[in-house]
Design a protein around this ligand. Sequence first.
Ligand SMILES: Cc1cc2nc3c(=O)[nH]c(=O)nc-3n(C[C@H](O)[C@H](O)[C@H](O)COP(=O)(O)OP(=O)(O)OC[C@H]3O[C@@H](n4cnc5c(N)ncnc54)[C@H](O)[C@@H]3O)c2cc1C
Ligand code: FES
Length: 504
Amino acid sequence: MYNQLPKEPSSYWIDSTTFDETHSLTESIETDVAIVGAGITGITAGYLLAKEGYNVVLLEADRVFQGTTGHTTAKITAQHGVIYDELINHVGEKSARQYFDFNERARQFIETIVEENELDCDLEKQDAILYATSRQAERKLKKEIAAYEKLNIPHTTMDKLPFDVDMKSALVMKDQAQFHPLHYLSFLLREFKKMGGKVYEQTPIVNMSEGQTPILQTRDGHNITTNYALSCSHFPFYDGDNYFFSRMYVERSYIVAVEGKQVDGMYLSVDSPTRSVRTATVNGKPHLLIGGDGHKTGQGEPVMNHYEALQTFATEVFKATSFPYRWSAQDIYTLDHIPYIGLLTDNYPNAFLATGYRKWGMTSGTGAGILLRDYVMKRETEDMALFQPNRFLLDPSLKEFFKQNMNVAKHFFVDKIKPVEKKLEEVKIGEGSTVIKNGRRAGAYRDEQGKLHVVDTTCTHLGCEVEWNNGDKTWDCPCHGSRFSYEGTVIEGPADEPLTSLSE
Ligand SMILES: Cc1cc2nc3c(=O)[nH]c(=O)nc-3n(C[C@H](O)[C@H](O)[C@H](O)COP(=O)(O)OP(=O)(O)OC[C@H]3O[C@@H](n4cnc5c(N)ncnc54)[C@H](O)[C@@H]3O)c2cc1C
Ligand code: FES
């Protein structure tokens, strides 16, 4: 069935955005603020700090916007799935309400920028709706409604959805929004440059020397000496002794665009596998973006099955027949589901990070950009305590900590002795598989011209075994979510070294 889907994944947001010429860093430089990563977090922080008169450089490993931000669904809402009941139990009512206010302010920040500058980025007010189709999900949703009541979060309920699913109950957060994220961010980036900000693409940062004045090192050996370093690289580009890789995990999700259909509102199912629905204008015509089917990166069933599941949902519920786009991306989860925004390491006063938005980075990434500005400007705010990355909460983090690390240990030890899937010569055109080459475990992909690309499947981050992703034709690591092309080059960290090539 999935042969109706486009052969190659391609994000509509990226396809419909004009990019300036690429400039990479070709010499060592000094600056006030160096921001690593040009997604929504880095660009928001860069724009705000340039506005305050700082000399800011944005350092991007790939091209601007092409990380998770370029592959999002772009709902702008403080309704982050079922979260407020969990937050009340975990950090208490005051902090749970603070989380809501933080994200509401971020939504208002985006809307104000769009309104004041009359931006053409398809921003529309829409209600956010969580719906349950099973009794179990309905019970969860009831608790979430009670949490909204406790926290005085404005809400309503709904008796019927505008599409045909067996809905038991629904929770509505009114007057949220959706947009074209890259048209909005293109404006922030243009303004950033007008204010003197510099952007260096194709400039991966591979290390940072510790001390009062951070010095960042590029892969090509250039140094950036800076008063402040901000890690907005999704997975932190620098770990220090913080073991972020053991305090976070990465989940991938999928999106298909459905031509000619639309609904009012932005929907998310409470039941798993999740189903997310919003309308977007694609090439001037209404389309639905149907998303979901999340799973831990590099784990679970063949990737095309996830696209097929979304396609089946779209066909059954919306009578969809045409799917002009499909794409996927991953986002980071912290152990307690609250982002890490603050000091990168305790021994390092001028380096900060922001990550862990749990697939809600349009608001959390915007809020993080604002908070990072406040850190640099030494403006104390109440939000700093809630998001500080070095927090360690016993419940449920500790339980989750052991669960995550058991999971990593399983992939580290068990996957190394798993039998390989094919003999080298059996790998067909367009196919990837684990094989044995020269007596060792390897990963092989045969391209459309019949050429074999063989890599060592040991992830260069901490040594887990990468798995083949047949949807994107990449090698994905189940431990901390690094991704590599079939030739072994790094697509997403934390790994910063390529897989060893075993091609002849
Ligand atoms: C399928 C999906 C749907 C989503 N839908 C929504 C939604 O509807 N609403 C919502 O609020 N959120 C949503 N999210 C989440 C949201 O898109 C992300 O949280 C957000 O885009 C993360 O932004 P970021 O700036 O932190 O990271 P990114 O956009 O990934 O940017 C980080 C950048 O850092 C660069 N980088 C990494 N390492 C280095 C290095 N060493 N040196 C230099 N550069 C480096 C990367 O190349 C990348 O460009 C969704 C996420 C997914 C996966
Ligand atoms: S071992 Fe950490 S990402 Fe692969």
